[in-house]
Design a binder for this molecule. Structure first.
Ligand code: NI
Length: 396
């Protein structure tokens, strides 16, 4: 029997050096030219059929097994974030203001490691592996859609048609050794909203001659808190967060306008519908009460990531066999974070799993998107091994 864990261990130096190289040279979404170039070169050196420019800077590599069978897409995201790194690591970012603060450098390195492992075992595979190195998971970055949607638009799920997807995230909320593989919803669906309030400006000393958009904004922010506390059932979940408030220019002027932005997160479609309805009623109702005009712009960022029961069960079986010493968590592990893999899993049954990556003793336990974020590279071994083994088991 193949020992994928041992193979991932023996490739660790390669995985680590790739990860650190990507970490030193982070690139923002849809600018992953250097990263994508290295990925393409590595995949080509294994003899894979490589296509560049799928979803702008995305790279796809095809590995054919020796027998016909289903096609499994393995997805790894490549983009960094606009954050000034503060880790002090020897491999810290040399691209000032850009940082791999979410672990996608590790994902890309693990993807290349998985390609090496599965390439070695290609004669044991009945089917095709489609390696999908995705740009711009973190947002649109000036484009009309994010990386997953753009790769789908460019046909990543067709020719050969993808039957299943597998994807993963290093997870600093949990220690190295923890692995989360759940059925059903795992990450929330996200909306982003803008509320523009138009009042009537005037002198700060004469508020009775004005319609104050700041006062109206304050009431709206407070009233929105009742959606989660009074309209969503306590055993269901939702988040409504107002995250920016902009208004005013001087201490003695009541401004004409105020603008609020924020995000809504839900798992369940009925909960989502209810939250969006209440949001609209509350914002319009309060604005009208206060005499303000209001414009609401609500945009869907991603649907929820929902794992297919059969695919998740298959990954759980693989994880039990491969990682008996790990803490395997198969309970429904939910996070309110959003992830554009949801768009692929909406179309193709898949499984998105989590690889614990913090290490408190080494002080590697800052959260994702923090300027001091870093993870224990030991996690890369488990992630590479589980992804390779899960794919191989599905193509037996
Ligand atoms: Ni991420």
């Amino acid at each position: 029997m193949t020992d994928f864990l041992q193979e991932a261990k023996s490739l660790f130096t390669y995985t680590q050096s790739m990860r650190r190289d990507f970490h030193i040279h982070p690139e923002l979404g849809f600018h992953e030219v250097r990263t994508g170039g290295i990925v393409a070169k590595e995949l080509e050196s294994l003899g894979l059929e490589v296509t560049k420019g799928v979803g702008k800077t995305g790279v796809v590599g095809l590995l054919e097994g020796s027998k016909p069978g289903p096609t499994i897409l393995l997805r790894f995201d490549m983009d960094a974030l606009p954050i000034v790194e503060d880790t002090g690591a020897e491999y810290a970012s040399e691209n000032h203001g850009v940082m791999h603060a979410c672990g996608h450098d590790g994902h890309t390195a693990m993807g290349l490691t998985v390609a090496k492992i599965l390439h070695k075992h290609r004669n044991e595979l009945a089917g095709t592996i489609k390696f999908c190195f995705q740009p711009s998971e973190e947002g649109y970055n000036g484009e009309e859609m994010g990386g997953a949607q753009m790769m789908i638009r460019d046909g990543v799920l067709d020719g050969p048609k993808v039957d299943h997807t597998l994807s993963m995230h290093l997870w600093n909320e949990k220690p190295v050794g923890w692995v989360g593989v759940a059925k059903g919803p795992v990450m929330a669906g996200a909306e982003q909203f803008t509320i523009k309030l138009i009042g009537k400006g005037g002198h700060g000393a004469a508020p009775y001659t004005t319609i104050d958009p700041i006062m109206t904004a304050a009431h709206i922010i407070t009233a929105l808190q009742t959606i989660v506390s009074r309209n969503v059932a306590p055993l269901q979940s939702a988040v409504v967060s107002v995250t920016t408030v902009h208004s005013g220019t001087a201490f003695n002027v009541i401004p004409q306008e105020a603008e609020l932005t924020g995000t809504i997160r839900t798992f369940d479609l009925d909960v989502r519908k209810k939250v969006l309805e209440r949001f609209d009623q509350i914002v319009r109702g309060v604005a009208e009460t206060m005499g303000c005009k209001v414009e609401i712009n609500m945009q869907r960022v991603t649907p929820a990531v929902i794992n297919n029961d059969e695919v998740a069960a298959s990954v759980q079986r693989t994880a039990r066999d491969l990682l008996p010493d790990s803490q395997l968590d198969t309970s429904s592990y939910l996070t309110m974070g959003a992830e554009d893999m949801a768009f692929m899993q909406e179309k193709v049954p898949g499984c998105y799993f989590f690889i614990g990556s913090n290490n408190k003793e080494k002080h590697l336990d800052y959260g994702h998107h923090h300027p001091k974020f870093d993870f224990d590279e030991e996690a890369l071994i488990r992630g590479s091994a589980l992804m390779a083994a899960a794919a191989a088991d599905m193509l037996k």
